[in-house]
Design a protein around this ligand. Structure first.
Ligand code: M6R
Length: 610
């Protein structure tokens, strides 16, 4: 989704802004722009396309050498990707420029009122209304104009605001969209995400809901929306933000696939000590609390939701508590049975997904305690949860998640086993046995990655297919959901995940000669059943690639055309292994099709609108 950056200091603002926008590229965008203030004049440039288009357009242009500026990457919501719809947007006076992330839900009402007063608009965006309203409230005090305009906006907004009458300052505003400030030496920054300026400073402060800041090169003042000064602390980030270069790989996605053993290790190692799971940071997540928990509800979106689906098997089996898994975007629109006896687990890589955040709030409103399993430290979901379990996977740049998915999954196993120990729902020996398997995961994933060339060879056979069906049963079906999403999101090939038993209730009519069916058959107990399902689709002309466990590799090679196997471990942990060949298959198919793997069309890394 949209990314915001801003700079005020002693150096050329535009070179920082372009560099910082590039760091936010991973969020997904379709256009970019900057505005720089030089000698009481706003200079603005915005372009549809990648940041290098903007960079090239800037070559030789004068007026962009100023020391204060704002920048934006846009992910279109209101109006197509175009130069005119890109940010920054300005008011009619030409003095005020803004960048916005979020959605102004009542923008049409505001826009119509302003049009009646003679204000002109040039874009189709909701964001232009922010510039226009601040502009029309402006009587010489920009801070006051912003403060007066804010109550009119409904929806979500992180804003960076620049006014040519105040060339040495930026105003930052936050409601429901993330915004973080960075503090340098005689220069300060704002951004949607720390990664934009982490190379310049590790001293940061996140704006909380309904807060704003007045930022100059050598001072920052914080306010609430009433304009009252507030105190906030600057913190130094001591965690590894991770490297945002490709480390010799052609794509971030492959780098991140290969980083999975270390990412899982980072997730689990600090939490295992002397044969026990130690969740020090989860204060009050103890027997007293857990004995009153009657149900677990897992809420998430996209791949994180698939983690939820896969984790249900471990959570139910180990904790013996009923577990419901639901899409965050649906959760709020039912009347979910959630109360103080519910543990709500919200899973999110970014910690900023708008639907997940809204579901978290709804769960809390209904009395549940919330555990957040998140990757991005200090993100909104982490800040609002009662218990925070950081996955420590490091920065994930590719839009298609891989290492974050694996770390989330490992986190859910630890939580499941930890709870089961406290509730005494597993024996001591079962606990030890399962914990050993969790500790083995990084090594087993490493082993699978060694066989990646084999997946490349299989992808070469099938990458030209038009339709792919992923079938599986039980925990394998949950893996299929993730495999199918990963595959379609980066290859742009249509695919569907199906519970193998459901195929003959309708979908099998789509199987014809040459249709590719990917069968995930790792759960030994269901092996015969899925083998029959493979035979059924093959009898109708399908070709089949199967993912199974080592002891079953020969048996399945009688029915499938291609077989890839992983080690045998308890079925509740098998998703961690079975997903790896599917990630690789997606990657190689997309590569062979020449897709923009790290930044697939229409997608954003951080989905901050509902
Ligand atoms: O940051 P989150 O984990 O909350 O994001 C949820 C989804 O947007 C995300 O998993 C998405 O489905 C991925 N791009 C899939 O690869």
């Amino acid at each position: 989704m949209c990314g915001i950056v801003a700079y005020v200091g002693k150096n050329n603002a535009s070179s920082f802004l372009l560099r910082a926008l590039e760091k936010l590229e991973y969020r997904g965008y379709d256009s970019a722009g900057i505005a720089v203030c030089k000698e009481n004049k706003l200079n603005l440039i915005k372009k549809k396309g990648r940041i290098n288009v903007l960079r090239e357009a800037l070559q030789g242009l004068s007026g962009f050498e100023g020391f204060t500026g704002i920048g934006h990457t846009r992910w279109a919501t209101h109006g197509e990707p175009s130069d005119v719809n890109s940010h920054p947007h300005t008011g009619n006076s030409g003095k005020i420029a803004i960048v916005h992330n979020g959605i102004i839900e009542n923008y049409m009402v505001l826009k119509n009122n302003l049009i009646k007063k003679g204000v002109n608009f040039s874009s189709e965006t909701d964001s232009e209304v922010v510039a226009a309203l601040i502009d029309s409230s402006y009587e010489g005090d920009i801070f006051e104009a912003v403060r007066r305009a804010i109550p009119s906006f409904e929806g979500s907004f992180a804003l960076g605001i620049l006014c040519s009458d105040f060339p040495d300052q930026i105003i930052a505003v936050k409601k429901e969209s993330p915004l973080v400030l960075g503090f340098g030496d005689g220069e300060n920054y704002i951004a949607s995400d720390i990664s934009a300026f982490v190379e310049d400073t590790r001293n940061i402060c996140r704006l909380n809901e309904n807060e704003m800041a007045l930022i100059k090169a050598d001072s920052v003042s914080f306010y609430n929306f009433k304009g009252e000064k507030i105190n906030k602390n600057i913190t130094k980030i001591d965690w590894n933000v991770g490297s945002s270069d490709k480390g010799g790989f052609e794509h971030f996605m492959m780098k991140e696939i290969m980083e999975q053993p270390s990412a899982i290790r980072e997730t689990i190692s600090p939490r295992i000590s002397n044969g026990e799971i130690v969740l020090k940071s989860l204060k009050n997540f103890n027997e007293e609390y857990l004995k009153n928990v009657k149900k677990i509800f897992v809420i998430a979106c996209g791949s994180s939701y698939h983690v939820g689906l896969a984790s249900r098997f471990a959570l139910e089996k180990l904790t013996k508590l009923p577990v419901e898994v639901e899409l965050a975007s649906e959760f709020r629109y039912r009347s979910p049975i959630v109360d103080e006896t519910t543990l709500l687990i919200v899973i999110s890589q970014s910690g900023e997904t708008a639907d997940s955040l809204a579901a978290l709030r709804e769960g809390k409103r209904r009395g549940a305690k919330v555990m957040a399993i998140v990757n991005v430290v200090g993100s909104s979901i982490a800040s609002e949860a009662d218990f925070v379990f950081y996955t420590w996977a490091g920065i994930e740049v590719a839009v298609a998640t891989t290492k974050a998915y694996s770390s989330q999954l490992a986190s859910t196993y630890l939580v499941a086993l930890y709870v089961s120990k406290i509730l005494k729902t597993v024996s001591e020996s079962t606990f030890k046995n399962y914990l050993n398997y969790i500790e083995l995961l990084p090594e087993l994933v490493e082993k699978i990655l060694l066989g990646k060339e084999k997946i490349y060879e299989i992808a070469k056979k099938y990458y030209q297919c038009d339709n792919v069906f992923f079938i599986g049963r039980g925990v394998d079906y949950a893996v299929c959901m993730e495999g199918s999403l990963k595959f379609k999101e980066i290859s742009y090939i249509h695919s569907e995940a199906y519970a193998a038993g459901e195929l003959k209730h309708g979908t099998i009519s789509l199987i014809e000669s040459g249709t590719l069916v990917i069968a995930v058959a790792t759960d030994k107990r269901l092996f015969e059943k899925i083998s029959s399902n493979i035979r059924e689709v093959k009898a109708r002309g399908a070709v089949c690639m199967a993912i199974t466990i080592e002891p079953k590799k020969e048996e399945i090679s009688y029915v499938a055309n291609d077989v890839f196997f992983v080690s045998e471990i308890p079925e509740i942990f098998l998703p961690s292994l079975a997903v790896i060949p599917l990630q690789l298959f997606s990657y190689y198919s997309a590569l062979l099709r020449g897709r923009d793997i790290d930044k697939p069309r229409n997608l954003a890394k951080s989905v901050t609108v509902e």
